[in-house]
Design a protein around this ligand. Structure first.
Ligand SMILES: *Cc1c(COP(=O)(O)O)cnc(C)c1O
Length: 233
């Protein structure tokens, strides 16, 4: 059996230690427990262990789980998103990490306008320039941010990436560093309404390196909940 509480405690400690190594304030790093493919009872077990923030990747699964979980958790949507499904997230998620095109941003803006609220979003960057990954191209980023910044019911809070899957976390470090540098570059443009406070990067295999490179949101599934059986995760 997976000891969710013990796993969360261990990961929190690892995050703190990584922060200390680079003199960062551990309070600036939030753990997103990625509960995709896992049942609502696992979310509840994590909640009992003090975990309030959860990440989901599939819209239909999120809709079901959001109904089942009774505790007042905060949900972030981290997966690939089709515009026609945005309406199911409206008002229910506190942040969307995976915005990589203007059409999607416009639909989020449209849906959140209906509930007279502002959606917090991150721009996903295809940092390794991989065909198989979503995310905007690095050289499109500035224009995309400028266009999305015009939408009144959206707030750009930072950047997100899914770097190449490499065996050694150290090999991923340059990608995390590059995302941070991109965020610094965008921040320096001082585009009204755009903040670059959040860097969503790091997963089970590489989150300590991501924290050392400036992550403020680490998205961790396997190391908390155990391996996912369904192959689409
Ligand atoms: C599944 C997923 C994660 C978590 O991955 P683990 O390796 O299980 O920690 C993080 N980010 C995204 C976008 C995911 O889809």
């Amino acid at each position: 059996m997976t000891d969710i509480a013990a796993n969360i405690a261990r990961i929190r400690e690892q995050i703190e230690t990584a922060c200390l190594r680079v003199r960062r304030d551990p309070q600036r790093v939030r753990l997103v427990a990625v509960s995709k493919v896992k049942p609502a009872k696992d979310v509840e077990a994590a909640f009992m262990a003090g975990q309030k923030l959860f990440g989901e990747s599939y819209v239909q699964e999120f809709r079901d789980k959001e109904q089942q979980v009774r505790e007042p958790v905060s949900w972030h949507f981290i997966g690939g998103l089709q515009s026609n499904k945005v309406k199911y997230l409206r008002g229910k998620v506190d942040m969307i990490h995976s915005v990589d095109r203007l059409s999607l941003a416009k639909e989020i803006n449209h849906q959140w306008e209906k509930v007279e609220r502002c959606a917090n979003i991150l721009i996903q960057v295809n940092i390794g320039d991989e065909e198989s990954k979503s995310g905007c191209q690095i050289d499109e980023l500035e224009l995309l941010v400028r266009a999305i910044a015009e939408l009144p019911n959206l707030k750009i809070c930072g950047l997100m990436c899914l770097p190449p899957d490499l065996d050694d976390a150290e090999q991923v470090r340059p990608y995390f560093r590059e995302l941070r540098q991109l965020a610094e570059k965008i921040a320096a443009l001082k585009i009204p309404g755009v903040s670059m406070d959040e860097l969503s990067m790091g997963m089970s295999g590489d989150f300590e390196v991501a924290v050392e490179e400036g992550a403020t949101l680490v998205r961790i599934g396997t190391a908390i909940f155990g391996a996912r059986v369904r192959a689409n995760g």
